[in-house]
Design a protein around this ligand. Sequence first.
Ligand SMILES: NC(=O)c1ccc[n+]([C@@H]2O[C@H](COP(=O)([O-])OP(=O)(O)OC[C@H]3O[C@@H](n4cnc5c(N)ncnc54)[C@H](OP(=O)(O)O)[C@@H]3O)[C@@H](O)[C@H]2O)c1
Length: 143
Amino acid sequence: MTKLVLPGMLERKKGAIINISSEVAYFSLPYLQLYSATKSFVSSFTRAIDTEYGSSGITVQCIEPAGVSTNLNAFDERIHRPGFFTATPDHFATSAVATLGYAKSTTGYWTHGLQLSFLQLFPEWFIVMCFRYMVEFNQKKLK
Ligand SMILES: NC(=O)c1ccc[n+]([C@@H]2O[C@H](COP(=O)([O-])OP(=O)(O)OC[C@H]3O[C@@H](n4cnc5c(N)ncnc54)[C@H](OP(=O)(O)O)[C@@H]3O)[C@@H](O)[C@H]2O)c1
């Protein structure tokens, strides 16, 4: 997609590329190894693209959300239900779009920012271990 849209943007000297990563980009999650690895890729790729093209009039942004109530997490009502940490798609989109041009990298939603800052207080191995137990506990539903 980036390869597809970038030439036109460079020609016009304007445009915006918003890549949707995830908070899990910061953690190597067991059982969701492909998902978290892919999200790390998206975050890293976006930072690199911004370094290359950010000064060409193109805004490159990486959004790293936590929970948004969509089909993605509909397998478990506890994480799907909108609440303090789980944004509705409308609330999330409104909040995330408002950060365009201000933040190169953001969770896109204030409670997600709080959540990520809290998680980053702990060493990664601890978060990964908690996640592992959480997934093993919910394995049936995840499958
Ligand atoms: N929801 C969350 O809590 C959360 C948290 C962090 C990051 N994210 C990220 O946010 C992004 C959007 O996810 P979402 O939460 O909005 O989930 P979603 O409601 O399940 O939407 C996923 C979208 O991706 C499309 N899609 C899936 N597989 C595809 C494929 N192989 N080729 C083309 N399109 C495909 C689906 O199209 P169809 O509708 O046609 O199937 C759908 O429009 C994802 O990158 C996800 O990783 C979500």
